[in-house]
Write a protein that binds this ligand. Structure first.
Ligand code: SF4
Ligand code: SF4
Length: 181
């Protein structure tokens, strides 16, 4: 995505996306960006991103919605808020990423590792498949550390919470084409 030789078809741009985002809570700050690059230069994890923070912002301003929602950059961020604190134009980038993650999930771009955890919680009440020998092994370690036996999960209540909060819409919607590794 950082390849400057790449051609973009103008018909693929969603030019109103910046307005869609700026109408959301704290989204308006996006329009203040002057592309100074301070956010990228201070980002703690930018070397693992497929697109630097200032380029995510410029891509959003240009209407490259699909590319950003399917990018690795929005999921690699640790939400440390450093970019937001340092931005000279008060662009709330770390909060924008939260909006983008929500939109990405809504549109079926959730990375499979996130949806897999959710599906584990929905089916068994734990993020890890704790059953059989794994369950016994965990309890042995808990006993060694003076902890009580792991209580069984209240799966029905957990499923109700997942359904009431709408999280179930994310399940089985992982983006097989996601760039997240
Ligand atoms: S620091 Fe702020 S103004 Fe500068 S590129 Fe990043 S978001 Fe834009
Ligand atoms: S909040 Fe995310 S994008 Fe901003 S500096 Fe931290 S890791 Fe980088």
């Amino acid at each position: 995505m950082e390849n400057s030789q790449e051609l973009i078809n103008v018909n693929d741009l969603q030019l109103d996306f910046r307005h869609e985002l700026s109408a959301m809570i704290n989204g308006k700050s996006l329009l203040n960006c002057i592309q100074c690059g301070v956010c990228s230069s201070g980002c703690t994890v930018s070397e693992w991103m497929d697109l630097q923070p200032h380029l995510v912002v410029s891509s959003l301003l240009l209407g490259m919605k699909e590319r950003i929602l399917s990018s690795r950059a929005i999921w690699m961020c640790s939400i440390c808020h450093r970019c937001t604190e340092r931005c000279p134009k008060s662009v709330d980038y770390s909060f924008l990423l939260t909006l983008l993650r929500n939109l990405a999930i809504e549109e079926g771009h959730a990375p499979p590792e996130y949806t897999a955890d959710l599906e584990n919680v929905f089916s068994a009440g734990f993020a890890l498949p704790l059953h059989g020998s794994m369950f016994k092994s965990v309890n042995r370690r808990r006993e060694r550390n003076g902890l009580p036996e792991l209580a069984p999960a209240d799966v029905e209540s957990i499923r109700s919470i997942i359904q009431v909060t709408g999280l179930d819409r994310c399940m089985n919607k992982g983006d097989e084409q996601s760039n997240v590794e």
